[in-house]
Design a protein around this ligand. Sequence first.
Ligand code: ZN
Length: 305
Amino acid sequence: MYTDIKTILDDANNHNYAVLAASAFNLELARGAIAAADEMQAPLIVLMGQIQITRHARPELMVPLVQKLAEQTNVPVALLLDHGRDWEKITWAYRQGFSSIMIDASVYPLEENIQRTKKIVELCHAQHIAVEGELGHVGSASSLDGCDQSLYTKPEEAIRFVKETNVDSLAIACGTAHGNYPKGFTPTINFEVIRQVKQAVDIPLALHGGSGSGDENIRRAVAAGINKVNIATEIFNHCRDHLMNRLNACPDIDYLSCMIETEQVCKNAVKHFIHLTGSEGKASNFVRKSTFCHSINSTALEPGE
Ligand SMILES: [Zn+2]
């Protein structure tokens, strides 16, 4: 069932678990991820980044695909524009039927971040589209931005940010970063930051840069109050490595087999992360009854009791 991140994450926040947000910018990744969620009866958030929709996954093609796949399963599936930064790209995704938008104005000072985020929230909420904002800044793993504690989210700023922007979920910075960490490096997550921000705002919190953080870090982050775990790089790496090994072992393999196997590898990776988030079986928490989001058949999901 096609829904939005507010519906999914409010239930996760109320019941102390997290939902996997898996990056899926083509047919194989979207089918693999949604099949994994279906098998594990877990809610799922499908991510497509601003760069991905610009360079490859055109929303006109991908939104109907994800909506169709979502409607073929009973598990709630949301489609989120990840790291929307430009007004033009955000409104493009908005018009094409994304159920949820992330506005990332975290490179700006607090005041400007609030103003930019608030503008997107007002636009989206009028159409029942849920919005995630970012406070603090989740940077790049290759330059070890996650170690820069000056970028971490501050609870007192989070209170003001949430109150003034009215975001539905908040991406926080607490030690992780985007992309591949240097070989052998495991990030140190400041779980106290998660606990303090959660206590301050009590809305769903998102952990970005989950790839390469290690299973134990993800489990502990969820226990500390994270409700959404973003994974992109690690799923992509699994798919790439599998293809590389298969092509090395069998250079004559046909392309169709490569794509079928990629989908299966994605599915297995997504199942692993669903397990870590604690969302397995949580689809039963949702019943089809309300209309928070603009679903393709005008029905949407709300958390059950
Ligand atoms: Zn991110």
